[in-house]
Write a protein that binds this ligand. Structure first.
Ligand code: ZN
Length: 578
């Protein structure tokens, strides 16, 4: 349990957290009628099916079913529990929460806190005596003091327990430091990062989720980089270094530049090329491609010019294609990485290189420099392997075929035949779900939707018992609507989301809330639903009676048999089938 947040503060946080501005910090939203739409942050997609409904204060994704109010969005997106999500929103809105001392922070929040404390500690260690040497090193790499501050670069001093002692003095246990990979344990806990340059890795929210620790000159036998390990809040393949700072620039330029190293990024950023992100500790993944797709439509890969860099760029192209990007590759002169290039040639030359970035097909063609058939056999094989590696992760046949088509033209070879690429078209699932269940489910959705739009109709639903629903989650939603209505505060959808007891209920509620039904004759519609519920109740009682009659017969209970049979006949005559 986290500390208690007073109800009036909760209300204030909720009313000041406008769903559109909360969501658009993470998703590019475009106006769509009265509502907004964008690419869903909870599943990978290329055409927007994620909607935000400001008038009702909720979001819904038609692709994966995610849905909820502003607090739910932060809970799901930042992986926070309810009180921490409220704190997050309070912080954004500049609302101070009068915290009571009782209650510890949640586990996840403790991880964030440990990382934030460590970040502050590393940054302050730069100011110490040994820190001066590190600053000198940074300046030798042309990293400005402004960048050091902006990126929160710090220093983990030599010694075994500097960080541990610091966080302990702030009331946090070394065990929490161990959980985020900053401490380890043999007999006692000790600092895992010693005498290293520390670069904080931040999530989109700007919170530190991990660190990259770079070796300092003079320690050349140690590993060049150590990253903190993956945790519940740090998944290397799912975030991009620098995106928290670069987001707005990427959005406004509609283009992201991807580099491979922290220093490549910092070097470009401080020279004014700010729409740049870096992979950290992994190859480029489809998750990262999906992440970028939320902010831009164009991606340029600016990797090292060595063969490892080119290979990594090829692979990244595959991931990007599969998420709908036509990626471009910018080629640096031999021997350069982005950092060394911009340092020796300046930003304008780098911008020139970026503007000459070509498609993957151009890139391959320029590498080959002529007809494919004219190449020696061993090179042909290598080219094909490379192409296969790019093509294989691409999910969409249309893209795959288009790339092969272009390569065929450029290289004058029928790659499709050469590579034996098959058209593995995924068949669209034909919707055959016309079962009775589906009809019930649909009717229940429409019924709840009607109540959401006209809560006063609850008054006429006295005879609707939640047991009559085929879907028990919808039954629960119905009960909760009734409870909220009976409290007399009105039924607001955003409030209802707070009362949902599971993700499934939230999913269903947003699915129902977003139904677009324009009915004029509400009373008639309601009558229709009520009649259906009556039929269900009658059918159910009839089935019940059948077995009760059999039971009475077996017991030779004449009186009971007569009574049950009468009821059965009455039900039968009132209609229905069976
Ligand atoms: Zn989705």
């Amino acid at each position: 349990m986290a500390g208690y947040i007073p109800d009036d503060v909760v209300e204030r946080i909720k009313s000041e957290s406008d769903i559109v501005s909360v969501v658009s910090a993470f998703v590019s939203l475009k106006k769509s009628g009265k509502d907004y739409k964008g690419l869903c942050p909870f599943h990978q997609e290329k055409t927007p099916s994620f909607f935000v409904i400001p008038s009702k204060g909720f979001y819904h994704c038609f692709g994966c079913g995610a849905g909820g109010n502003a607090v739910n969005f932060i809970m799901a997106h930042e992986r926070l529990d309810y009180p921490d999500a409220l704190r997050f929103l309070a912080n954004k809105a500049g609302i101070t929460i009068p915290e009571t001392k009782s209650g510890a922070k949640s586990d996840i929040e403790a991880l964030y806190e440990a990382l934030a404390l460590a970040g502050a500690f590393f940054a302050s260690s730069l100011k110490g005596e040994s820190g001066a040497r590190v600053i000198e090193y940074l300046h030798s790499r042309d990293i400005t003091s402004k960048s050091v501050g902006e990126f929160g670069i710090g220093y983990a001093p030599s010694g075994w327990d500097n960080l541990i002692r610091f966080v302990s003095s702030k009331g946090l246990s070394p065990a929490t430091l161990e959980k985020v990979g900053l401490a380890a344990k043999k007999d006692n806990y000790y600092d895992r990062f010693r005498n290293r340059l520390m670069i904080p890795i931040r999530a989109l929210s700007g919170r530190i989720v991990g660190f990259g620790g770079r070796v300092l000159p003079g320690n050349d036998d140690a590993a060049k980089y150590i990253n903190t390990p993956e945790t519940d809040i740090y998944k290397k393949g799912k975030l991009l270094f620098g995106l928290d700072l670069a987001r707005d620039e990427i959005r406004s330029k509609n283009e992201a530049i991807v580099v491979e190293g922290y220093f490549d990024l910092i070097s470009l950023y401080q020279r004014g090329i700010k729409n740049v992100v870096a992979v950290s500790g992994t190859g480029f993944t489809t998750d990262q491609a999906a992440l970028l797709a939320r902010f831009c439509e164009k991606v340029v890969l600016l990797y090292d010019s060595d063969s490892a860099g080119i290979k990594a760029a090829y692979r990244a192209c595959g991931m990007l294609y599969s998420k709908g990007f036509p990626p471009k590759i910018a080629l640096l002169p031999k021997g350069f990485d982005p950092d060394s290039f911009i340092r020796s040639n300046g930003p304008n030359e780098l911008i020139k290189v970026l503007s000459h970035a070509g498609s993957l097909v151009d890139f391959i063609a320029s590498k080959i420099g002529g007809k494919f058939q004219a190449q020696p056999a061993n090179l042909q094989k290598r080219i094909l392997d490379a192409i296969r590696e790019i093509i294989e992760p691409i999910e969409y046949d249309v893209t795959r075929m288009a790339i092969l088509g272009q390569l065929k033209e450029k290289l004058q070879v029928d790659l499709e035949t050469l590579m034996g690429v098959k058209r593995t078209g995924k068949l669209l699932m034909v919707n055959t779900d016309k079962s009775e269940m589906a009809i019930y489910e649909k009717r229940e959705n429409e019924f709840i939707h009607l109540l959401l739009s006209h809560p006063e109709l609850i008054n006429k639903c006295a005879e609707v018992d939640s047991s009559l629903f085929v879907n028990e989650n919808k039954a629960r939603i119905f009960e909760l609507i009734r409870e909220l209505y009976d409290k007399g505060d009105g039924v607001r959808i955003a409030d209802l989301f707070d009362r949902m007891e599971s993700d499934e209920q939230r999913r269903l509620l947003s699915e129902i809330a977003i139904i677009n039904n324009e009915t004029v004759d509400i009373e008639r519609l309601l009558r229709g639903y009520l009649e259906k519920f009556q039929t269900i109740a009658r059918d159910r009682r009839r089935e019940e009676l059948k077995s009760l009659i059999v039971e009475a017969e077996n017991k030779s209970d004449r009186d009971r048999l007569i009574e049950l049979t009468r009821e059965f006949n009455e039900l039968q005559s009132r209609g229905g089938n069976g």
